[in-house]
Design a binder for this molecule. Structure first.
Ligand SMILES: Cc1cc2nc3c(=O)[nH]c(=O)nc-3n(C[C@H](O)[C@H](O)[C@H](O)COP(=O)(O)OP(=O)(O)OC[C@H]3O[C@@H](n4cnc5c(N)ncnc54)[C@H](O)[C@@H]3O)c2cc1C
Length: 120
């Protein structure tokens, strides 16, 4: 059985940084994540919400500027807005963040913190 100095439950921004700091400080750490490495911020909160807000803000910004507003002939394209959100969340694929985490911590695991986990 592997042993670690620290087991971090949840690979959101807080868990990722706690594990990273622990390893930088010379401890071994494993991080257990039941859904997506990156947590709420990357996939459900900060990133997608900012992605949804940006097209409206950009359009409003252009409409406020003389010389630019004349070029604005259409309205928001909802499908384009959702495509942008999906790109920012990498279509809810966390491979990139798993690699980032693996390079910094001892290992990462898929599973719940209250049940056996499998390394990935
Ligand atoms: C709409 C919205 C917009 C936001 N925008 C911003 C912003 O612009 N800037 C900002 O700073 N903050 C923003 N936030 C807040 C930000 O999302 C949170 O502060 C941040 O995600 C908290 O990080 P965390 O690591 O504590 O928790 P989380 O990101 O929730 O991560 C916890 C992780 O633990 C996992 N987990 C939980 N229980 C277990 C278990 N038993 N076993 C294994 N894994 C488990 C979960 O799957 C999750 O991945 C926003 C929030 C919302 C809702």
């Amino acid at each position: 059985m592997d042993t670690y100095d620290l087991i971090v439950i949840g690979a959101g921004p807080v868990g990722e940084n706690v594990a990273d700091r622990a390893v930088q400080g010379g401890l071994s750490a494993v991080i257990v994540e039941s859904e997506l490495v990156g947590g709420e911020c990357s996939y459900w909160a900060c990133m997608p919400s900012k992605g949804l807000l940006r097209p409206g803000a950009a359009l409003r910004g252009a409409r406020d500027v003389d010389g630019a507003w004349q070029a604005v002939t259409g309205d928001i394209d909802p499908q384009g807005v959702f495509r942008r959100r999906d790109r920012l969340t990498h279509d809810w694929n966390d491979d990139g963040q798993v690699s980032w985490l693996r390079a910094r911590t001892s290992t990462s695991c898929a599973g719940r913190g209250d049940s056996p986990a499998s390394a990935r």
